[in-house]
Write a protein that binds this ligand. Structure first.
Ligand SMILES: Cc1cc2nc3c(=O)[nH]c(=O)nc-3n(C[C@H](O)[C@H](O)[C@H](O)COP(=O)(O)OP(=O)(O)OC[C@H]3O[C@@H](n4cnc5c(N)ncnc54)[C@H](O)[C@@H]3O)c2cc1C
Length: 471
């Protein structure tokens, strides 16, 4: 296994990396840490692997607290150089959001929040030596930038997210798009534009898109694409003549959409998607995905040019061989309510890559950014207590509701009130609540003032640029 720098979001050429030929070097330390290794060597080192919705929040909180005061050394490892909040990916795929203005460099975050960043992909854990091993880093030409390298830890936190669960369905890996990373979303967007251009310059027929999975990701993508398609088409002649330039079909195995959400929210989303001319096929399982479309379990063939797989998540393959750490059937690491793995008190895991039941018979914590954020907040306090020799805190998931975004100016969902009631929110109010979730994440990373400036800047740029990214 190796990390290809062209997959990291910011490809580093050998010239930029200052390398000649096949020379190697280890990743640079950020300036904030230069000249301090002797003092740092004595500190408790916490290594966080994965700088996503949960991991970057944890690194920022721990860095601002123990990193700044030099009570611990905080190291964040990620396979890419930049962070993009994953719940934005369906907007990036549809082109309604440009990734660059919402993407943050880990190195800058490291400097601002007093942690160290290491670029690399987790390849192995040696629990006896308390070391992780990162895969070799290679550039886009396949030349090695850094050899496989170890990092010692006193506390290890694994939060590397999840991958699509294709349930072994033939053809998914080859023919279906995934929405699991910025690269996936950008690839989908480029393909969408190419197909729209082909339709515009050729047949003038709508582009057919099949989305497999009627959970939040599938429904949000369907609505976002429907909004974006009309805007893309308005820049052409052929497609602009069509009532709907995209023909979207959403396929769900269960008898209703959004199985994890209340039935009234699902019904509202269903009605909304139908109103946008999105075809919905419920209670249908996909048997195979091919280049020309998908085959359902009763052999019905749905022709489409673009298939997106959004039918659930599972743990990454690497978790199956992490030095004996236990996993569940979905391949997620098993953790206790303290978020420690069941096999090793020095190894913690949270977010989508972990399965946590806070109490006996309690349902597992859902794989959401909301849950990952709550776990990061608890761990930031708990790990400080661990360094001070105190007992760890127990995680208790508080479901604060869930909102499904339905395009640019609509959303629907439930929000839990302080008094334990659930309120249904709809339309612009729901869209605003959804928007606030991301702004909270930004405020933690950038601070309130810079989040405000960024928000104003992003609003202003919508006055200048097309509402959908056209390249
Ligand atoms: C389109 C979409 C919409 C969503 N909408 C919502 C929503 O509205 N609300 C909500 O609560 N949740 C939503 N989710 C779910 C949410 O995004 C995830 O639950 C959340 O991001 C999980 O956070 P995490 O920190 O566990 O992992 P992630 O955010 O996935 O981060 C994982 C990080 O680990 C890094 N990494 C991966 N493998 C390795 C490795 N081997 N070595 C080193 N680094 C590695 C990745 O580069 C990444 O930075 C959505 C998801 C998608 C795909």
């Amino acid at each position: 296994m190796q990390t290809n720098l062209s997959d990291t979001g910011l490809a580093i050429s050998r010239q930029e990396a200052g390398l000649a030929g096949g020379a190697t070097r280890s990743a640079q330390l950020p300036e904030a840490f230069a000249g301090k290794p002797a003092r740092l060597a004595a500190l408790h080192r916490m290594v966080i692997v994965g700088g996503g919705a949960g991991g970057l929040e944890l690194a920022a909180r721990l860095g601002d607290d123990m990193g700044r005061s030099e009570k611990a050394e905080i190291v964040l490892v990620d396979a890419t150089l930049t962070h993009l909040w994953k719940p934005l990916l369906h907007e990036v795929a549809a082109g309604t959001l440009g990734p660059s203005e919402n993407e943050f460099d880990f190195l800058q975050q490291a400097r601002e929040h007093h942690f160290r960043f290491e670029l690399g992909k987790l390849a192995a854990v040696d629990r006896l030596r308390k070391q992780i091993w990162l895969a070799p880093l290679v550039d886009e030409a396949g030349l090695e930038i850094a050899a496989s390298r170890p990092i010692d830890y006193a506390t290890l936190v694994i939060c590397i997210g999840a991958v699509d669960n294709d349930f072994g369905t033939p053809g998914v890996r080859t023919h279906a798009h995934s929405l699991n990373s910025k690269a996936d979303a950008e690839r989908f967007h480029r393909r969408l534009l190419a197909l729209c251009a082909r339709a515009e310059l050729g047949s003038g027929d709508p582009v057919r898109v099949a989305i497999v999975g009627g959970g939040a990701t599938g429904c949000e993508l369907a609505a976002e694409l429907a909004s974006a398609a009309d805007i893309i088409a308005s820049y052409g002649v052929q497609l602009a003549r069509l009532r709907r330039p995209l023909r979207i079909t959403l396929i769900e195995m269960e008898p209703r959409l959004l199985g994890a959400l209340p039935a009234d929210v699902a019904a509202r989303v269903h009605t909304d998607l139908l109103a946008r001319d999105i075809g919905i096929r419920l209670g249908r399982r996909v048997a195979e995905v091919s280049a020309g479309g998908i085959v359902l379990d009763d052999d019905e063939h749905i022709d489409c040019e673009l298939t997106v797989w959004a039918a659930g998540v599972r743990g990454q393959d690497i978790l199956q061989s992490l030095d004996g750490l236990a996993i569940n059937r979905q391949g997620q690491l098993l953790v206790l309510a303290t978020l420690q793995t069941t096999e090793d008190e020095n190894v913690f895991a949270f977010g989508d890559c972990a399965s946590c039941r806070p109490r006996l018979f309690a349902p597992p914590v859902p794989p959401t950014a909301q849950a990952a954020g709550q776990q990061a907040k608890l761990l930031a306090v708990s790990l400080r207590r661990r360094v001070a020799g105190k007992t760890l805190l127990l995680f208790n998931y508080e479901g604060r509701g869930s909102i499904v975004s339905l395009g640019h100016d609509d959303a629907v969902g439930k929000v839990a009130t302080r008094y334990g009631h659930e309120l249904t929110v709809d339309g612009l109010a729901a869209r605003f609540t959804y928007w606030i979730l991301y702004r909270r994440h930004l405020a933690l990373l950038l601070g309130t003032i810079r989040t405000f400036i960024l928000t104003v800047g992003q609003w202003l740029s919508t006055r200048i640029q097309p509402r959908v990214k056209l390249h």
